[in-house]
Every structure is written in C-alpha cells, then in structure tokens.
Design a protein around this ligand. Structure first.
Ligand code: ADP
Ligand code: MG
Length: 228
C-alpha cells in the first residue's frame, strides 16, 4: 500500500485539487484508492459525494469527523484490498501536527503556487519538515508540485529558482486551467475527462505518476487495467 500525503498549511495552494486528482488517477487506472480527508472543511469529502456511481470508485474516509463512539484506529480503517491511500490535510496545520501525517507517508507532496506569499509559506513548511528531522532528504519522499502555473511569467521563474535553491525535487508543474475548476464541481479528476480535451494537462500528471510509482517499486495495483 502506498501512502501519499498532500500537505501545505497555506489555504488555496491546491491540496484538495491534487489529492482528489491523484485519487481519480489511480481509480481510472484500476487501483483501489482511499481518499482520506483530514480537513474539517471537508472539501475532498464533498467532492467524493458529488462523484457519480458510474465513475471508477474511490473509497472516502472523513478523518476530520472525530467520533466518540468508535476508536480512532477503527475510524481510519481502509477496506481490504486498498492499494493507495491519498491524504488531504487542512490549511493552518501547525508544524507540531506535521508528524502525525508524514510519519507513515511514502510520498509527501507540497503544492505551491507562484506568488510571494505562497513561496514564503512553502519555504517555511519545507524548513519545518527537514530541520526537525521529520523527513530526511535522502529518503526521497518529499517533493513539490508547482501549481496554477502561468508559464513565461516572472513570478513563475522566481518560484522555480527558489525551488532549485531548496534542492527539493519539483515533480511536476500543473498549469492554471479551468478544467480543474470544472472537474472539481463534478466530483471528477482530470483522468475522468475526455483525454483529447485535457491532453496537455494529462502530460503534466504523467510526471507525477512516474514519481509516485517509483517510491515503491513493488507496490502493484490490486486490479491492473489499462496501465498504458
Ligand atoms: N491548476 C489549477 N488551475 C486552476 N484552478 C486551480 C488549480 N488548482 C487549484 N485550483 C483552484 O484553486 C482553488 C483552491 O484549490 P484547493 O485545491 O481547494 O486548495 P487547498 O485545498 O490547498 O485549500 C479551488 O477553487 C481550485 O479549483
Ligand atoms: Mg483543501
């Protein structure tokens, strides 16, 4: 089982868009993903509620909804056969809460948008993760996704220069696209849309896919279909 955590305390950086998109990507490719929503705002859970039964299935766990009736472990259980767990985390997560999420993660993705405020927030987040030793560089499980990118802008070049200096891999850059907004409203991921219409975006996700799957070479899908 591969555990993928999307984390950045900055709201609006694209955590839920990326977490739901990854879940949809795995579902479309025959895996059995679980989308675990730790954000009390519940945007990933709402996305899943909108998802039609005709779409490749994704199992949801509303991890934010604490219950006194059952143990935490029971609440966070995943169905047998689950092969990918994608964790969406809240905004305003405090650094001392990072460990709970990154401890068991095979991949930690930090989405960052090209803006001064986001670059600063990203630098603080990565600093907290690395300096406190929660994640070691040599583990190669931490990566950044440059999100909502408008190529050929000065701020995008600033962002890429900053990420280069941090020496953290940038697994992909996702362009600013209305397809994400549309997909989000329908409970869909990019991989549920007509491939001919979203071809440039899909290529950007292929880079993310390759990096995620290289985290655990032996993590095979439970049901492998259409793996081309
Ligand atoms: N690549 C993108 N292109 C266009 N809009 C995007 C993109 N990524 C995210 N968005 C939009 O930005 C807003 C915030 O994204 P969201 O995933 O909810 O961020 P977070 O979960 O970090 O708060 C949403 O309205 C989403 O549709
Ligand atoms: Mg969110």
């Amino acid at each position: 089982m591969l555990r993928i955590v999307v984390l950045n305390p900055k709201g609006g950086s694209g955590k839920s868009t990326i977490a739901t998109g990854i879940a949809a990507m795995y579902a479309a490719r025959g895996y059995r993903p679980v989308l675990m929503d730790f954000d009390p705002q519940g945007s990933s859970s709402r996305w899943l509620e909108k998802r039609s039964a005709n779409q490749p299935p994704i199992h949801g766990v509303a991890a934010y909804a604490r219950s006194l009736a059952v143990t935490r472990r029971f609440q966070l259980r995943v169905p047998p056969g689950t092969d990918r767990v994608i964790v969406d985390t809240p905004a305003a997560l405090h650094p001392h809460e990072f460990n709970e999420h990154v401890r068991d993660a095979d991949a930690v993705l930090v989405p960052v948008m090209p803006s001064d405020a986001d670059i600063h927030a990203c630098s603080r987040t990565i600093g907290h993760l690395l300096i406190s030793g929660k994640i070691k560089r040599r583990e190669n499980r931490l990566a950044v996704i440059a999100n909502r990118v408008k190529p050929n802008t000065i701020i995008f070049r600033t962002l890429m220069r900053f990420l280069d200096q941090m020496q953290i891999p940038v697994v992909t850059t996702l362009r600013d696209s209305q397809h994400y907004v549309y997909a989000n409203e329908q409970g869909l991921g990019l991989h549920d849309l007509n491939p001919a219409r979203v071809h440039p975006e899909l290529q950007q996700w292929d880079a993310l896919w390759a990096w995620l799957e290289s985290r655990k070479p032996f993590a095979q899908p439970a049901v492998a279909v259409g793996l081309t």
